[in-house]
Write a protein that binds this ligand. Structure first.
Ligand SMILES: [Zn+2]
Ligand SMILES: [Zn+2]
Length: 344
């Protein structure tokens, strides 16, 4: 007997949460199920974690999203069908992770120099192509990941962006022994675990007065935690800013020792106020992180289960995506929001 499927309602339609235009709530709709073209996987979505970037897209803070967009770029699912019936990396039934980087041209000067994250023609999942707030999605197999088995579909979803791009930010801090983290949200919580595993000393900065988050950072193993208006007890070799708050850049710069680096880890940030040159002097560096390369993913999924990096999640049904986004925006989530497609 064929397994009973609650959904889809037909072979041609699927349920999806659609963004018709920024600054409007997503709409639950039946839309045509996508078909995989050559090199693509059709994936039955199991879970999709909600990223701050989704908020930036929905709130109209990022330019030129796809029209009638299905957001979501931390997608976990099973391969349902393979375009042209053949793919050397995946077979039907495999679990697969789909990240933010959806496609690159492989041909521009960035791609040719190992920097596909900067590709001139890159396509991004849940932003310029449809993502995972839906029962199905298609993805170019070359950009998909096999996921570590120790994680279930809910646990692993937040690793696909907060983990991956957080990891790229972390790698940009080089050998920094004393590492500062400004903004202790999802990405910070994941990266802090790797930093501690690798023996870094961790200094965590939260909103002034957020004692609860400071305590949770300390219980994770941070050497010091305080408000972003405070100076750390020691100068830092590097700092990552995960909060999308531009004024934190000159503040973090002042906490650095000579030659230190500030890494801005988000895709969007409010304006950075001016600051005296002496704060940058002595070879301090300000840099940003854009997107991810497949190599970041391979490295991260190799180290994450060894640590093991643990995620904190809160699950929502697909049709509750607006609630998840609203609660994220209001800072009311206790973990990463993860949409679950076929919860019964
Ligand atoms: Zn390129
Ligand atoms: Zn993201």
């Amino acid at each position: 007997m064929a397994p009973i499927r609650r959904r889809p309602i037909s072979n041609y339609l699927m349920r999806a949460m659609v963004l018709d235009e920024p600054k409007r709530p997503l709409e639950l709709r039946d839309v045509p199920k996508p078909k995989p073209s050559r090199g693509q996987l059709l994936v039955r979505v199991s879970t999709c974690a909600v990223c701050r970037t989704d908020l930036h897209v929905v709130d109209g803070e990022l330019p030129n999203p796809k029209r009638s967009l299905i957001p979501g770029h931390q997608i976990v699912g099973r391969v349902e069908e393979i375009g042209d019936d053949f793919n050397p990396q995946f077979k039907v039934g495999d679990r697969v992770g789909i990240p933010w980087l959806g496609w690159t041209d492989g041909d521009c000067s960035y791609c040719r120099s190992g920097r596909e994250n900067l590709c001139d023609n890159a396509r991004f999942t849940g932003y310029t192509v449809d993502g995972g707030y839906a029962e199905f999605t298609v993805a170019d197999a070359r950009y998909c990941f096999h996921l570590p088995e120790r994680y279930d579909d809910v646990e692993v979803a937040p690793l696909l962006c907060a983990g991956l791009i957080g990891y790229r930010s972390y790698r940009k801090t080089g050998e920094a022994r004393r590492l500062g983290i400004y903004g202790f949200g999802n990405a910070a919580h994941l990266i802090a675990q790797i930093a501690l595993y690798e023996g870094r000393e961790l200094f965590v900065f939260t909103r002034p007065g957020d004692i609860k988050t400071q305590q949770s950072a300390k219980s994770l193993g941070a050497k010091w935690a305080g408000g972003s208006d405070e100076m750390p007890p020691e100068k830092l070799d590097a700092a990552i800013i995960f909060a999308s708050v531009g004024p934190l850049v000159p503040i973090a710069l002042r906490a650095l020792s000579k030659g230190g680096t500030v890494v801005c880890g988000g895709i969007h940030m409010s304006d950075i106020p001016s600051f005296p040159y002496r704060d940058l002097w002595e070879e301090r560096v300000i840099t940003s992180v854009a997107n991810l390369t497949r190599r970041d993913g391979d490295e991260f999924f190799e180290i994450a289960p060894r640590v093991p990096v643990k995620t904190k999640t809160e699950t929502f049904l697909l049709e509750q995506a607006n609630t998840a986004l609203d609660r994220f925006r209001a800072g009311e989530l206790k973990g990463t929001a993860v949409l679950v497609m076929n919860a019964t």
